[in-house]
Design a protein around this ligand. Structure first.
Ligand code: HEC
Ligand code: HEC
Ligand code: HEC
Length: 442
């Protein structure tokens, strides 16, 4: 609670500073303050010959995650209304079906391109970077056109977007002009360089632009902008750690291209573990992306210079102990009893799950080997959602089954039993309570 208040106080200071900066900006900037585009945008004309572009757009949208963010739980695809929790309050995704009144049915291609590249809505209001336009700004013209053709070929759905619940005065959107001035880097950063192999160049383009991997895998500064000096070195999002992606080839158990492609497309790499938390929907979408694009993303990540190490809070170090050499704790600790009762049916050596479908042993899990206990606690709390038609794994949530103290013991026992790294010294009931609050309200 105390920590949260401190965060809010910090945010308030920042907001006041932004307000001041905005006033100065509006008064003195050579550039005029953002003014609404009042002229109505003309209705789009999508020729039926655009079906090829729409088909390409569908594959690109899978890389861009448009559907998972723009669809409310149980709602119609792309009709918006999904609440996104940010440190600044709740922001709802908008309706991007071609509905004239509540969606983008009246948007021209230019209006769409401006929203994607500059974070400006068709009526001129500035959008919040919970919409990853700081990445989408690098999408090339052809891909913007294909995404547009695809969106315009969807069924229009009438669904007004709920009002945001932001802390004062962030509901005042013009403030984002200052943010954009500081943190929106438009331009051709993701363009291929001549020295790059073509798949690596394509992968870099997708990771930097449409894929917006850095939105979660890069640490944010206090204004919610990505730290460019630590790109892809690991961030924390919705209560989960998104591990560093800069050292995948240099890990104690190095990722191979085939493993990475499998992880990204199916949510499971038998040598590393499964995708949970906010990575799960990403992999569910990537399953529909073009295979060559996922190959390219993997090629790019594995080609990243291994020198860029993550900070200690996200580093994943020390080789996992092989299953045979792991000392099985014999102490009559309650962690062991809890594990035997609640987890062993799936996670013990030789359990049906480990023999059926070549599931990874917990000794290989990034979460169990990580310096921070966050993701191990998180997965015990949240489990892995069941998703129909999903061939990927399911794990029940234990949030309401165990107390904070029991979860701390379970997580520590899991790490002691499956790695050579011992328990997490910082992990106790208070730490679990903290992780619980950090997650999404369910
Ligand atoms: C991480 C979540 C997220 C992802 C991924 C995402 N969006 Fe959005 N998008 C949002 C949010 C939130 C808003 C509303 C922002 C606001 O109101 O300030 C938004 C707004 C928009 C808008 C402006 C709509 C308007 O009425 O002003 C467009 C256009 C849009 N998104 C298109 C896309 C497309 C196309 C993709 C996929 C390539 C995509 N979005 C992916 C969260 C997301
Ligand atoms: C919405 C947030 C989010 C986005 C966007 C996202 N990731 Fe992740 N990613 C995560 C989280 C959280 C984890 C940890 C999941 C877990 O422990 O099961 C993760 C895990 C991973 C891992 C496994 C790393 C390891 O050490 O085990 C890889 C690889 C990965 N992401 C690649 C990507 C790529 C490539 C993209 C862009 C195409 C991407 N991610 C976009 C949140 C995200
Ligand atoms: C119904 C079977 C089931 C039960 C019970 C279960 N799990 Fe899991 N768990 C899974 C599956 C499936 C995965 C995904 C990875 C995989 O397929 O091996 C997973 C993943 C994990 C991971 C992350 C591994 C990774 O991929 O990085 C941890 C940690 C974990 N479980 C701990 C526990 C603990 C602790 C308990 C007991 C409180 C438990 N699990 C109970 C099925 C189960």
């Amino acid at each position: 609670m105390k920590g949260r208040r401190a965060v809010m106080a910090g945010v308030a200071v920042i907001v006041v500073a932004l307000m001041g900066a905005y006033r100065g900006y509006a008064a003195h900037a050579g550039e005029p303050a953002p003014s609404p585009v009042t002229a109505p945008v003309t209705a789009p004309v999508v020729a039926s010959s655009d079906t090829a572009a729409a088909a390409r757009g569908a594959k690109l949208a899978a890389v861009g995650d448009c559907v998972s963010c723009h669809t409310a739980t149980g709602g119609q695809p792309l009709a918006g209304g999904l609440p996104l929790q940010t440190p600044f309050g709740v922001i709802y995704s908008t309706n991007i079906t071609p509905d004239d009144d509540t969606g983008i049915g009246r948007w021209s291609l230019d209006a769409f391109a401006r929203a994607m590249r500059r974070g400006v809505s068709s009526d001129g209001h500035l959008l919040y970077p919970a919409f990853p336009y700081p990445h989408f700004t690098h999408i090339n013209d052809a891909d913007i056109g294909s995404l547009y053709a695809w969106l315009m070929s969807r069924a229009p759905i009438s669904a007004p977007t709920p009002h945001n619940e932001l802390i004062f005065p962030l509901g005042f959107r013009p403030i984002m002009a200052v943010w954009n001035l500081l943190y929106l880097h438009t331009g051709d950063e993701a363009a291929p360089s001549p020295s790059e192999a073509s798949d690596v160049a394509r992968g870099r383009y997708l990771v930097e632009s449409l894929g917006h991997c850095g939105a979660c895998h890069t640490p944010l500064n206090r204004l919610g902008a990505e730290r460019r000096d630590r790109a892809l070195q690991g961030g924390t999002i919705e209560g989960w750690d998104a591990p560093a992606l800069t050292d995948l080839a240099a890990r104690p158990t190095p990722w191979t291209q085939a493993q990475l492609v499998s992880y990204l497309r199916t949510g499971l790499a038998s040598e590393h573990g499964a995708a949970a938390g906010s990575m799960r929907p990403v992999t569910r979408m990537l399953a529909d992306a073009s295979a060559s694009d996922v190959d390219a993303i993997s090629a790019y990540l594995l080609a990243l210079p291994a020198g860029a190490r993550s900070g200690p809070e996200h580093a994943v170090a020390s080789p996992p102990a092989s299953a045979a050499s792991v000392p099985v704790s014999t102490s009559p600790r309650s962690g062991a009893n809890l594990f035997a009762a609640a987890c062993a049916s799936c996670h013990a050596q030789g359990a049906p799950m480990s023999t059926d479908g070549a599931r990874p042993p917990l000794s290989l899990s990034t979460a169990v080997n990580a310096d921070s206990p966050r993701n191990t606690v998180r997965i015990i709390l949240d489990g892995i959602d069941w998703h129909e038609s999903d061939s990927a794994p399911f794990m029940p949530s234990f949030a309401n089954t165990f107390t904070d103290a029991q979860i701390a013991e379970l997580a520590n026992y899991t790490r002691e039993r499956f790695t050579a790294r011992g328990s997490w010294p910082s992990l106790d009931a208070d730490a679990v309570a903290h992780f619980r609050k950090d997650g999404l309200p369910r």
